[in-house]
Each structure stands twice: as C-alpha cells, then as structure tokens.
Design a binder for this molecule. Structure first.
Ligand SMILES: C[C@H](O)[C@H](O)[C@H]1CNC2=NC(N)=NC(=O)C2=N1
Length: 120
C-alpha cells in the first residue's frame, strides 16, 4: 500500500474483508494517517482514532447516526465511543485481520467529510 491523499481515499469504497490479508505495516500506517487530519494511530497500533468535542449531547448522537449510515453503505464498521456527554471518539480497525486495512483509511477520509456540530 502506498499512502493516498484524503481526496483519493474519498473517491474509493471499502471492499469486503473477511481476513487472509496482512495488516498495513506500521510505517505505511503512519505515513497514511499523516494525510488524514485529526486521526492518530492507537496505542496498540491496531487502529486509528479521532475524537471531537461536540456542541451538545444530541450533536454527538446525530453524528453517530450519520456515521452508522455511512458505515452500512461501506460495509465497514467503526467502534463508536461516547466518552462524556459532549465528547465522541471513533476508532477504526479491521477486526477480521486484527489490525489496519485500507478500509480504515477510506472510512476515516469519508468520516472527515461528515457534518459535525463540533466545538473543537
Ligand atoms: C464481509 C464484511 O465486509 C465483513 O464482515 C466486515 C463487516 N464490517 C467490518 N468492520 C470492521 N471494522 N472490521 C471488519 O473486519 C469488518 N468486517
């Protein structure tokens, strides 16, 4: 995998993953995540994470609702965390391979396009 721009990732779609492929190598993951504003590699290296402080509780829930629809369209599903009444976090990892796949970066680019009533 070579790193793609956020715009390129946005034009692509997730492909079904049922395992059997190696996770993206750590160096490549770091290079890729640099092109995705707001995202960083998780401490265990198996995923990427972004958090937002939202305007109010419903803004967080509405964001999750939009995100759930996007995830269903893409067939790739995020771990959603409501970490406080105005703090939301999203972790992307490909469960089937226990690490990062291109699907995670594609979905991150698309999540960055979603409207969010954010405070930061
Ligand atoms: C066939 C289908 O693509 C798989 O079951 C998908 C569904 N959504 C998924 N989402 C995530 N995050 N990881 C997966 O491994 C995964 N598998």
């Amino acid at each position: 995998m070579s790193a793609a721009s956020e715009q390129d990732l946005n034009r692509r779609s997730c492909v079904p993953c049922e395992g059997g492929v190696p996770p993206v190598a750590p160096d490549e993951a770091r290079e890729q995540v640099r092109r995705l504003p707001g995202w960083s590699i998780t401490a265990d290296g198996r995923g990427i994470r972004r958090e937002w402080t939202v305007k109010n509780f419903m803004a967080g829930i509405e964001f999750f609702d939009r995100l759930a629809r996007l995830a269903e369209e893409e067939g790739h599903h995020p771990d959603l965390h409501l970490e406080g009444y105005r703090k939301v976090a999203v972790v992307l990892t490909t469960h089937a391979i226990g690490g990062l796949s291109e699907n995670d970066f594609i979905l991150a680019a698309k999540i960055n396009q979603l409207p969010i009533a954010s405070k930061s």
